[in-house]
Design a binder for this molecule. Sequence first.
Ligand code: FPP
Length: 248
Amino acid sequence: MNASDSSWLAEPAAVPAHVAVIMDGNGRWAKQRGLPRTFGHTSGARQVRAMVEHCQQCGIGYITIFAFSSENWKRPDDEVSSLMALFVLYLEKEVGAMSARGVRLKVVGDLTRFDARLQRLIRETEEKTAGNSGITLTVAANYGGRWDMLQAVRLWQAAHPGESVQALGEEDLAPFLSMAYAPDPDLLIRTGGESRVSNFLLWQIAYAEMFFTDVLWPDFSVKELAHALSWYASKDRRFGAVSERVAT
Ligand code: FPP
């Protein structure tokens, strides 16, 4: 490819409706540069905007990013605080620009553990962007896939007092999952060299194509994203059936 070749920017033929991303590698990215881990997170947060913009240009309807897992509380206090501060900053500063471009913001996860100010900011930002009809950016914060399934069962039971869980089918539970407003992810991208799903959207990624790359999240450019989307477009998605059946 020569320097002026921008063919990688072309939209791929089959576009996923929903892309989920595990943004791993911020700490290593910072360490490689002799910087504190928090610098990696700041750089990582910056990458999110370019990513959302490109997905929107490609006609992708939903992008969901894993910003903070239920397990991340085990990190050193200063790292947890700086991730929280970054989240607040992101909601305060970045979302205005995103909203202007029609981005709808949603946050999923057990938000009760966040301080009151952050919870209020999350609610306000969701309300402010609720009417936007462009791409939906979901930030998963204090999220875990197992937590999501459990809270869905609890909500179902509260809505159906006295009914036995024996009667519970997949379609009954789906509306109570935290991402009920979105189609299941078609493509899961994980940066940072690990090939695991780390308790992210366990129910929803049942049929997702998994794209694992060694690239560290702050280096995951639009070009890398375009590569992942082309890889996805080359996949024959059978959903447990055979190709001919899917075609018909
Ligand atoms: C994993 O890298 C990344 C995280 C735990 C946090 C991801 C958060 C951001 C990209 C910034 C926040 C985003 C928003 C939207 C506010 P790691 O720290 O595990 O990296 P390592 O594996 O190299 O140590």
